[in-house]
Design a protein around this ligand. Structure first.
Ligand SMILES: C[S@@+](CC[C@H](N)C(=O)[O-])C[C@H]1O[C@@H](n2cnc3c(N)ncnc32)[C@H](O)[C@@H]1O
Ligand code: SF4
Length: 454
């Protein structure tokens, strides 16, 4: 029988991962992979030819000003004195990969994330991207995208990146309410967002995403409603409607918020439900955790065709393998191993300059990890889980299944012939269901490393 909402929130609002990887980063341990081991796993994944192409993620950690809510890996810089050195380091890192791998597949995805990629000038971005694309063959479906802070992104940035092949961008909007913006120290106007969205469309960008967050300090149902009403006028192709990750132990600047200003539990969920209803009424499809898109967007099409994938960059309509991460804190994924770079920017640059790959920590997946990873991917992209034979054969299957029974009793899922589907209310708790499969989830620590699941 369906339990009341309130009871479900009480029970399931616990810290938990967002499963952009499995196993999740905190369960990898602290040791890096050996450089040869990492290259070998990349070679092996390329030989398998089981993807639509390889991907490159480039992390540009710089921002002009600190937003108080921010949970990203960033560094505030008042000037551009590190830009040149950092770009040179990124290019040297790429050269190390390029010289080690014998046969590159086609490049399908290139994403610039941050921090703020448009902290670099248009010319600097050009000096970074052009050498990377030299001698690389592109997939006919290549998808180049970047994250843009409307406060520091110019029309020239959009034009130069467009000329380099970028057709997708993501604007950080978060919320338009003046009080919320002031509280989180992120003040930007609707006109700034409108002008960039309209200009990007005019010059030919195919897919524009707006990032919104629910659960920010001082947000109310009224402010969410008003933000979404403004968004409606611009009709972005995609909307990421993120749950505010309040992790003051890790993102220390979040400590300035008053607890009573931060919507929690049922109040926070109400903000999501309201936003979700408004977006669905506007014709958006709900894709999976936190993501919506218009039926014409490639993500919606992939969702309908059940070919959606999820990696460190979020949902994608194709299968990227391997993924090369360049820059401080970037994560690479070969399918059978993960590897993260040094997070500290100076250490990252120093290591590159001494011709060392800046590997900081990594993880080699076991066969069992891969089986569970596939099932968590199915859950996060299709809100369903199939009892594949391999999955049924892992020794933990019976104990995991018991959890599913409990979720079913709470009305979160319905069993099918060979697995289950999440119910509408169950979709809100997809993270909790995924956690019940996660046999590597770190035990409780005094410093919570994950945000709460609601
Ligand atoms: C790297 S930032 C985007 C690029 C650019 N720096 C900007 O702020 O516009 C990526 C996105 O992460 C989201 N984000 C950052 N901190 C968050 C937090 N604590 N909880 C939830 N989402 C967060 C925001 O929506 C933000 O737009
Ligand atoms: S939200 Fe964006 S601009 Fe603000 S501090 Fe974080 S990464 Fe930088």
């Amino acid at each position: 029988m369906q339990k009341p909402f309130h009871d479900l929130f009480q029970k399931y609002d616990v810290p938990g991962p967002r499963y952009t990887s499995y196993p999740t980063v905190p369960s990898w341990g602290n040791d890096p992979l050996e450089q040869n081991q990492w290259f070998q796993s990349l070679e092996t994944s390329i030989e398998q030819k089981n993807s639509d192409g390889f991907g490159i993620y480039i992390h540009i950690p710089f921002c002009q000003k600190l937003c108080l809510y921010c949970g990203c890996h960033k560094i505030i810089r008042k000037n551009d004195s590190w830009n040149k050195r950092y770009i040179e380091a990124l290019l040297s890192e790429w050269k190390m990969y390029k010289s080690q791998i014998s046969h590159w597949p086609e490049l399908i995805e290139l994403h610039l994330g941050g921090g703020t990629p448009t902290f670099f000038s248009p010319e600097e971005l050009k000096s970074l991207i052009l050498p990377i694309l030299e001698e690389i063959s592109l997939s006919k479906n290549f998808d180049f995208s970047f994250e843009a802070d409307p406060r520091v992104t110019s029309q020239e940035h959009l034009q130069v990146l467009f000329d380099l092949g970028f057709r997708r961008l993501s604007l950080g909007v978060q919320d338009f309410d003046p009080l919320v913006q002031k509280t989180i120290s992120r003040e930007q106007s609707f006109d700034q967002v409108r002008e960039l969205t309209e200009f990007a469309r005019k010059i030919g960008y195919k897919s524009i995403n707006h990032d919104l967050i629910y659960g920010l300090p001082k947000q109310t149902p009224k402010s969410i409603q008003s933000t979404i009403q403004q968004i409606r006028q611009l009709k972005p192709d995609r909307i990421a409607f993120y749950s505010y990750a309040y992790v003051p132990q890790v993102a220390k600047q979040q400590r300035v918020f008053k607890l009573e200003d931060i919507p929690q539990g049922g109040d926070k969920r109400q903000l999501f439900e309201l936003g979700r209803e408004l977006l669905l009424a506007e014709g958006y499809d709900e894709l999976g955790m936190d993501h919506f898109s218009l039926p014409t967007d490639d993500l919606s099409k992939a969702h309908r065709e059940k070919t959606l994938h999820r990696n460190f960059m979020g949902y994608v309509p194709y299968h990227v393998n391997p993924l090369i991460g360049l820059g401080a804190s970037s994560i690479g994924d070969s399918g059978s191993a993960y590897s993260q770079n040094e997070k500290d920017i100076k250490t990252y640059m120093d290591k590159i300059e001494s011709k060392e790959l800046p590997l900081f920590r990594g993880y080699q997946l076991s066969q069992k990890d891969r089986i569970i990873k596939e099932r968590i991917l199915e859950l996060m992209t299709q809100f369903q889980l199939t009892y594949e034979d391999e999955f049924k054969n892992i020794e933990e299957f019976d104990s995991i299944k018991k959890n599913f029974k409990n979720f079913s009793e709470d009305g979160l899922l319905e069993f099918t012939e060979n697995g289950f589907e999440l119910t509408d209310i169950g979709k809100c708790f997809a993270r909790n269901v995924a956690m019940s499969l996660d046999i590597r989830l770190p035990k409780k620590t005094s410093t919570p490393v994950f945000s709460r699941s609601i």
